[in-house]
Design a protein around this ligand. Structure first.
Ligand SMILES: Nc1nc2c(c(=O)[nH]1)N=C([C@H](O)[C@@H](O)CO)CN2
Length: 122
């Protein structure tokens, strides 16, 4: 049985207003996204056509615009909205998204959340 194909984006860095404290509402902080998206890559592999792909550059550009303009308090909320955007706007059936907030907690490299949404293609 063949495994599920993935298109991924690793360590996408985007600055945003994010956080619960007053000082966090006045600055932009770096965020990092690791994203895995289910997609049948056999179709673009056969055609060799970008139009048949899940275009990772198009997804990244959309996230840069959305996250850059967002002002949520919680990483949970931002992660949820990004997963919904990917599923709705790019027709992705299943997405795993890790959202890291580097340097937010002293002594750690990063903190954050990882979520999976949608149904894994069989
Ligand atoms: N589960 C979460 N815990 C915390 C969050 C969050 O978004 N989700 N946010 C903060 C603060 O904004 C923190 O990042 C500031 O250092 C604390 N805990």
């Amino acid at each position: 049985m063949a495994g599920m194909d993935i298109v991924f984006i690793e360590d996408l860095r985007i600055d945003a207003v994010i956080g619960i404290y007053d000082w966090e509402r006045r600055i932009r902080q770096p965020l990092a996204f690791d994203i895995e998206m289910a997609f049948d890559n056999r179709v673009p592999a056969a055609s060799d056509a970008i139009a048949d792909t899940l275009d990772y550059k198009a997804v990244a550009k959309r996230l840069i615009a959305y996250v850059g303009g967002s002002e949520f308090q919680l990483v949970e909320t931002l992660a949820e909205r990004c997963a919904a955007l990917i599923r709705e706007e790019f027709g992705v059936a299943w997405v795993r998204l890790k959202l890291s907030k580097p340097g937010a907690v002293r002594g750690s490299r990063a903190v954050g959340v990882r979520i999976e949404r949608g149904v894994r293609p069989g």
